[in-house]
Design a protein around this ligand. Structure first.
Ligand code: KIV
Ligand code: ZN
Length: 509
């Protein structure tokens, strides 16, 4: 019999809190909508007490997303739980997720509390959360470096207090699969009331073992797994959702487990996240990397042409990678455009469809054939990224071998159009200087890169910039056939993220 493993997605909490992955409220809501489409069981929408932005994001996701459970993180502090509930109360099926560390290292150096004090705080917190909802999860942070007997004792106590899920995190990615599997087995055997709670696991990837540990945990009785799209998360990240899901699906014969995930939405979800955060997926990433289904060597190509299963253990279609390449041209109409969008996974409102279609027509005038990747870039650039403070209106650049490059830029700030000019060593430098004058930014450019989305000199160029200001790092992206314009869009996108972070600093008391 195949058992179903619950998917608890923490892209918007553990993922979003890692450097360079911040998203504003509207962007988080977009990702949450996509996670709902993917059919995850639980969306951890944020850590409401950590910032005003996180609070609003959890509240909006709780109000708007109906099918998955919505979780909010809280420490054992009463004000954390109250704040989490304030945001979660609108959810169809809310989940309060309580965490406190249980390892000796954390108790001694971080919490400065005794084992009894931590146990007491955990029990009180779970009881308090139960006053709001029946659905309460308890996480024993740094469980894999905790004294196992103490861990079992605290788990028993929180289950008695009403926790319906107990989560075993490998917080620092320290565990080895065999060992992690044994820990789960031990908990199942030694915690007397374990049948009253679901065992969940949460593995980090510091040694590159997060997915292996997760699978070992499942083999030994974990029935819920915490993971993130593209494996994003603290430091080396969390276990990657797509890898766990496809490992279970592809090797169902071995695991005897599966998930409710609609795998045909995996690729789009991965792309959406990469584009919204501006952090690309490495080409050789399992499942969603651009090379994941590419066969380069002659022997492999020959094999695949004769019989796909020689070198393909799963089909690209199963994760939603479309095999069609040639799509539309300048004569294609609105109907064909909408149809193609549907096929690649985007259902747009009339207003957004009009915006995207206008941009598509402009691109088709410049570019003979418009590929799926171009359409996707348009959607991301035009619809999915949400500017909150600055909006690029106009850019004109004069550059060449006998002139000092000069850029004139107009940006809308708070409903007003502001114009400035800047000189620079090159056209990008001049553009960034003009934008910096308007925005008054003091950020430093930490990275600048240009990629071509498809082949040919008429291809869309995709620019990524990384900015840093007072220890806060953000990434921005922009796409255009003109790479100076793409650079300006990327810079403005990053500045918007920086402004958002300034308005919503992460404050953990
Ligand atoms: O890594 C960790 O321990 C966590 C907990 C909040 C589950 O993220
Ligand atoms: Zn974590």
């Amino acid at each position: 019999m195949t058992e179903i493993i619950g998917i608890f997605d923490t892209t918007l909490r553990d993922g979003e809190q890692s450097p360079g992955f911040s998203m504003n409220v509207a962007e988080k809501l977009r990702v949450a909508e996509q996670l709902e489409k993917l059919n995850v069981d639980i969306i951890e929408a944020g850590f409401p007490i950590s910032s005003e932005g996180d609070f609003v994001a959890v509240r909006e996701i709780a109000k708007n997303i109906r099918k998955p459970q919505i979780a909010g993180l809280a420490r054992t502090e009463i004000q954390d739980i109250d704040r989490a509930w304030e945001a979660l109360q609108y959810a169809h099926n809310p989940l309060i997720h309580i965490v406190i560390a249980t390892s000796d290292i954390h108790l001694k150096y971080k919490l400065m509390k005794s084992k009894e004090e931590v146990l007491d705080a955990a029990v009180k917190a779970v009881k308090h959360a139960k006053g709001y909802t029946t659905n309460v999860e308890f996480s024993a942070e740094d469980a894999t470096r905790s004294d196992v007997e103490y861990l079992c004792r605290i788990l028993e106590a929180v289950i008695d207090a009403g926790a319906t899920t107990i989560n075993i995190p490998d917080t620092v990615g320290y565990a080895i699969p065999e060992e992690f599997g044994s820990l789960i087995k031990h908990i199942r055997e030694r915690v007397p009331n374990i049948d009253k709670a679901c065992i969940s696991i949460h593995c980090h990837n510091d040694l590159g073992l997060a997915v292996a540990n997760t699978l070992a945990g499942i083999k030994n009785g974990a029935r819920k797994v915490e993971c993130a799209i593209n494996g994003i998360g603290e430091r080396a990240g969390n276990a990657s959702l797509e890898e766990i899901v496809m490992a279970l699906r592809t090797r169902k014969d071995f695991h005897k487990c599966d998930t409710n995930i609609r795998t045909e939405h995996i690729y789009n979800t991965s792309r959406l996240l990469a584009h919204i955060t501006g952090v690309p997926v490495q080409p050789n990433k399992a499942i969603v990397g651009s090379n994941a289904f590419a066969h380069e060597s002659g022997i492999h190509q020959d094999g695949v042409l004769k019989e796909k299963t020689t070198y393909e253990i799963m089909t690209p279609e199963s994760i939603g990678v479309s095999q069609s390449t040639l799509v539309l041209g300048k004569h294609s109409g609105r109907h064909a455009f909408r149809e193609r969008l549907r096929q690649i996974g985007y259902e747009l409102s009339e207003g957004n469809l009009n915006l995207a279609f206008k941009r598509f027509k402009k691109l088709a005038d410049k570019k003979k054939t418009v590929f799926d990747a171009d359409i996707e870039a348009i959607i991301i650039d035009e619809i999915l990224r949400i500017p909150d403070t600055y909006k690029l209106i106009y850019l004109n650049v004069i550059s060449g071998s006998v002139t000092v490059p000069v850029a004139t830029v107009q940006i809308e700030v708070g409903g007003e159009i502001v114009q400035e000019a800047g000189f620079g060593g090159g056209p990008v430098d001049a553009t960034f200087k003009a934008i910096s004058k308007i925005t008054g930014t003091e950020s430093k450019l930490a990275r600048y890169s240009v990629n071509s989305i498809t082949g040919g000199t008429d291809a869309l160029g995709e620019v990524t910039v990384r900015l840093e200001e007072n220890g806060v790092q953000v990434t921005g992206q922009g796409a255009d056939t003109d790479i100076i314009m793409a650079s300006a869009k990327a810079f403005v996108n990053a500045l918007n993220r920086l402004e958002y972070r300034k308005k919503h600093p992460i404050v953990i008391q």
